[in-house]
Every structure is written in structure tokens, then in C-alpha cells.
Design a protein around this ligand. Structure first.
Ligand SMILES: [Zn+2]
Length: 53
């Protein structure tokens, strides 16, 4: 699990919107962006190149 305080300061690198953890992914809350970032070994990978829609 990702620390809640860490999650609160993380933002989508594409649009700076908030991210919410869903299982093993961090999901951008911006409906127009909605990128999903992987979490590997508990570390969020906030790279647009690694994200999926
Ligand atoms: Zn976004």
C-alpha cells in the first residue's frame, strides 16, 4: 500500500490532477486524462510513457 500522505502530494504528471489508488494502479481523477500509472513493488511509476488508458 502507498502511504496516504505520499499519495496526497502525488499528482498526474500529464495534467497535475489528483491520483487515487485502485489495486496496483494509480488512476488520474481527471476524466479527460484518466491515465493509469503502475505501482511496482510499492513504488508509483509516474511516467506518462508507462501509463495506460
Ligand atoms: Zn492526468
Amino acid at each position: 500500500m502507498i502511504d496516504k500522505e505520499l499519495l496526497s502530494i502525488l499528482a498526474c504528471p500529464a495534467c497535475q490532477s489528483d491520483l487515487v489508488q485502485k489495486g496496483e494502479q494509480l488512476v488520474c481523477q481527471n476524466a479527460d486524462c484518466a491515465l493509469k500509472y503502475p505501482v511496482r513493488n510499492g513504488i508509483p511509476v509516474l511516467l506518462v510513457d508507462e501509463a495506460s488508458r
